[in-house]
Design a protein around this ligand. Structure first.
Ligand SMILES: [Zn+2]
Length: 354
């Protein structure tokens, strides 16, 4: 099946070059991107801005039924091993309802793919799998052991998403890492959220690490030297009052994506996350040249690369997974407009591979 969208402002390729023209989608893939008016009949996007869909590269959907629960308590009391979160997620019906809410919400907000660090072993993985059968969105499920064997967890999931370097002893970690590698699955963990344990995390050669909030100069150097990929969740870090990562340094020196983290802690809006990151990075660095394009890449195409999903940058033969924002004639820079001006209500169309 072929569909042509014309009269569009397209954020073309990996660097979001502006193409004023049309985009042809055939059987879920981008067949052609061209300038000007297409020769065949088309759907008029009325100068709408076409952007790759968002990738929420780090989320925990299981606690979505307890939004802001315990807001004035410490990170340990909220999401620590015996924190409120783990009381909340004992109620499987609530977890299930929360997951379904989160999937629907992500879709509405223009998120085309996400990765969940799923708690609760195989049972937890299956809860998300069942929800994904009903609500179609590209989900990468990264599981934990919870008494189950690592082989079984891997059988049902896309890899491991571990809570911290304290979760297991080194031998268990090494075993998980090897298993994931042999099965061509992902191995990732939170690192540097409340303490700088980055060096320990890097010894495990993870596919990516999440947070980097407390990473000092030396740890950042090691991350960049080893080309370890990063996922940042600064709105969650800020809400939990644990500080902020060095956003600009990280974005400019290693492949970086963005996540919204626990739904209990933070909303699922990638637009809000991108705006926060853009502004905090400029404030931290005092660098007025710091570019919105780098942030938009981290919010869209980078996450798919890190999660080993199909590329959704707007190029011929890539999968068609994009959103269209209603344009406003006073927008001077479309890339910046998305991050700095637009709201969820400005999304007028979502084309998804699922
Ligand atoms: Zn997390």
């Amino acid at each position: 099946m072929e569909k042509i969208y014309g009269n569009a402002i397209i954020l073309d390729g990996k660097d979001f070059e502006i193409t004023r023209g049309y985009i042809v989608v055939r059987d879920g893939r981008i067949k052609e991107i061209g300038e000007g008016r297409p020769s065949k009949s088309f759907e008029d996007l009325k100068r709408g801005i076409v952007c790759p869909s968002f990738t929420n590269a780090h989320v925990h959907t299981g606690d979505a039924s307890a939004q802001d629960y315990g807001i004035y308590k410490s990170i340990e009391e909220r999401i620590g091993a015996e924190g409120l979160k783990f009381i909340v997620i004992e109620d499987k019906e609530k977890v299930k309802a929360g997951i379904e809410y989160a999937l629907k919400e992500m879709k509405l907000q223009g998120t085309g793919a996400f990765a969940d660090f799923r708690e609760g072993g195989i049972e937890g993985v299956k809860l998300l799998k069942d929800a994904l059968d009903k609500i179609k969105i590209k989900g990468v499920i990264l599981g934990r052991l919870n008494g189950d064997t690592p082989e079984k967890v891997l059988e049902y999931s896309h890899g491991f998403g571990i809570s911290s370097t304290d979760a297991y002893n080194f031998n268990t970690f090494r075993n998980l890492r090897e298993l994931a590698k042999n099965e061509k699955k992902l191995f990732a963990l939170h690192a540097g959220e409340v303490k700088d344990d980055i060096k320990e995390a890097l010894k495990l050669r993870p596919d990516f690490i999440v947070h980097l909030t407390q990473a000092d100069e030396e740890s950042l150097e090691e991350i960049f030297k080893s080309k370890t990929k990063a996922v940042l969740c600064p709105r969650a870090n800020a809400t939990l009052a644990v500080g902020l990562p060095r956003i600009k340094d990280i974005l400019e020196n290693t492949l970086t994506a963005i996540g919204t983290d626990n739904v209990m802690i933070n909303s699922l809006s990638m637009l809000r996350e991108a705006e926060f990151i853009f502004k905090i990075a400029r404030a931290q660095s005092r660098d007025y040249r710091f570019s919105a394009a780098d942030v938009l890449k981290a919010a869209t195409i980078n996450g798919r690369k890190i999660l080993k999903l199909d590329d959704n940058s707007l190029e011929e033969d890539n999968i068609a997974d994009f959103i269209v924002f209603r344009n406003n004639r006073y927008i001077y820079n479309p890339t910046l407009g998305i991050i700095h001006r637009f709201e969820k209500s400005d999304i007028i169309k979502i084309i998804t591979e699922e």
